[in-house]
Design a protein around this ligand. Structure first.
Ligand code: GLC
Length: 570
């Protein structure tokens, strides 16, 4: 406790000098009280390395928390061991809940309010009984304009909440900060009365002012509150933008890292191993800074790997993936840290130049943006679900999954993608009308129709029937081998009959003391025969995938088009 206090004092000093230290002392008292009152079950260190995450909107997945609870057996059978709940907090829902109105209240439509106090903890307990941990999304960079802090701030420049946000008489500050929602927003400033306020995303999402220490303390209290309720971690939305500094691009600033360290110290003190997951849409070299020395976030999304998985499939070449995961692009990370990997999420297939080259952006956009409507942010992304991008071809969908599930990191499954859910036009049209912005990301959201799904699963030639059971098998096999979540990766070279590199072959071993797994992929549409260099083993056992042909005398492998194989070797 002393150590935590010391560390927090030090961080405070760096951020705010000797300003308002009474707020810090107040926070210390609250954490001590928390520790006396609550004794949440201990989380094991690095638990986030062994899970398979499933990301969902509670209402779109199955109505509300009662509906989600009913589907826990489905998720358990699928092999899911961690739920990432997309925003569940009170919100006018203009940015799918990333515009928070009240940090302490779950949206009433998800949970009857008279039961809120007991029903959510009961849900968490039930999830835990299935071995499923639960983390949720919390937007800490901004609030909704309807949040009472902002409503107060609007009242007058002297209002005590005014300084919770960033104001200017003219929209002339932080002009080097890029506009993130290009094509939807024209400026990072919006007018309110005689003044302007700063917003990095939509104009209804004013950015919080972390130069005001009260904001930091309030946010820590919100974290403590949800820890007392029993959540296992938080996805820290839009983390690179927390601190703004004139003359910079306002991204990844040193003070932002101090803030993240502060949050981490608070979480570690209150409930050690509570997951802090960085949503930093940046190059790995920047994202790794959010791991600090193991004293910032535990985990972070690997943003550039995702588009390179798509490029690899389109180009029928392993090189984009190998290059992205080489140390040149992906630096080593602290022992306790972990990448989170994904194929699709609730946002667009993002091609930000921050981590995708112009050339790759063009290639991926040309190949995958099959309808003008899918274009997001003027070519910066593609709003389409996995099955749409993969031409509703089960083999391609499965190939993408198999790659994600074998490469280093903790995989995230986006709800519905496990059975090939398609874009939802009706939901998109309904939502853009409701929110007043042409946000094509609504195409990739939409409800699951469980009856329709069950009927589809009965028809062997439906997409769902061809995808779901195979994804389920892959995940469940993966869960048997810690090498996938924790093992190091050893790349293997594949050569063709003339000794040239067989580029369509992605081959590597995931190494871990318990068992090594050889992972082989043929990214080409046609069958391929190749030799592997550097793979030495005396015995092997196929654990998933399509049966490859191995000829021991010639050491030659043959894999059908767009297929893969996981092989346990010793
Ligand atoms: C993150 C979310 C995205 C949201 C934005 C603003 O990038 O993933 O959905 O619009 O933050 O909160």
């Amino acid at each position: 406790m002393k150590e935590a206090q010391q560390a927090l004092r030090h961080l405070w000093q760096e951020l705010y000098g000797t300003d308002k230290t009474e707020l810090l002392e107040g926070l210390f008292e609250e954490i001590s009280l928390f520790n006396q009152q609550y004794h949440p079950p201990a989380l094991s260190p690095e638990w986030y390395k062994d899970v398979v995450v499933y990301s969902l909107y509670v209402d779109l997945f199955n109505e509300n928390f009662a509906g989600l609870r009913d589907k826990l057996p489905y998720l358990n059978e699928l092999g899911v061991t961690c739920l990432w709940l997309l925003p569940i907090l009170d919100s006018p829902m203009r940015d799918a809940g990333f515009d928070i109105r009240d940090y302490r209240r779950i949206r009433p439509e998800l949970l009857p309010q008279d039961e809120a106090e007991t029903a959510f903890p009961a849900f968490l307990k039930e999830a835990a009984s299935f071995g499923i941990r639960v983390i949720f999304d919390i937007a800490i960079n901004h609030t909704s304009e309807t949040h009472h802090w902002f409503q107060e701030a609007l009242k007058s420049p002297d209002n005590p909440y005014r300084d919770y946000y960033i104001w200017s008489e003219k929209p002339d500050q932080y002009l080097d900060a890029r506009i993130i929602f290009q094509g939807i927003e024209e400026s990072n400033w919006a007018r309110a009365g005689d003044a302007w306020f700063f917003h990095r995303f939509f104009d209804f999402q004013p950015d919080l002012n972390y130069r005001n220490p009260r904001v930091l303390v309030e946010m820590c209290r919100h974290f403590l509150y949800w820890l007392s309720v029993g959540v296992d971690g938080f996805r820290a939305d839009a983390i690179p933008y927390l601190w703004k500094e004139e003359g910079t691009d306002c991204e990844n600033l040193p003070q932002t890292h101090l803030l993240v360290k502060f949050f981490r110290q608070v979480l570690d003190w209150a409930r050690p191993h509570t997951l802090l997951l960085a949503e930093a849409c940046q190059k790995p070299v920047e994202v790794v800074k959010y791991f600090g020395q193991g004293d910032e976030c535990h985990a972070g999304y690997h943003f550039p790997l995702m588009p390179q998985l798509f490029k690899a499939i389109a180009a029928e070449s392993a090189l984009p993936v190998m290059h992205t995961l080489s140390e040149e692009i992906t630096p080593p990370i602290p022992e306790s840290s972990q990448w989170f990997t994904f194929l699709r999420c609730h946002d667009e297939l993002s091609l930000e130049l921050v981590y995708v080259s112009e050339e790759d952006r063009k290639y991926i956009h040309d190949h995958y943006c099959k309808q003008d409507q899918w274009n997001f942010r003027l070519g910066q992304g593609i709003s389409a679900r996995l099955s749409e991008l993969m031409d509703r071809d089960p083999q391609k969908i499965l190939l993408a999954y198999a790659m994600m599930l074998s490469l280093p990191g903790t995989p995230v499954i986006y709800y519905g993608d496990e059975f090939g859910k398609t874009n939802d036009q009706a939901y998109y049209h309904q939502q853009i009308k409701a929110v007043g912005k042409d946000d094509t990301r609504f195409l990739v959201r939409g409800r699951i129709d469980w009856q329709e799904l069950e009927a589809a699963l009965q028809k062997p030639d439906s997409l769902a029937a061809q995808v779901f059971p195979r994804v389920k098998t892959l995940i469940n096999v993966r869960n048997l081998y810690p090498a996938f979540g924790r093992g190091r990766i050893e790349w293997l070279k594949a050569t063709d009959a003339s000794g040239n590199s067989a580029n369509p072959v992605l081959a590597f071993i995931r190494k871990q003391t318990e068992a090594d797994i050889l992972c082989l992929f043929n990214l080409a549409a046609n069958q391929i025969t190749f030799r592997l260099e550097g793979a030495h083993f005396s015995s092997f056992e196929m654990i998933a995938g399509e049966e490859p042909v191995y000829q021991a005398q010639t050491n030659q492998w043959t894999l059908p088009g767009r297929s893969w194989q996981w092989i346990k070797i010793s």
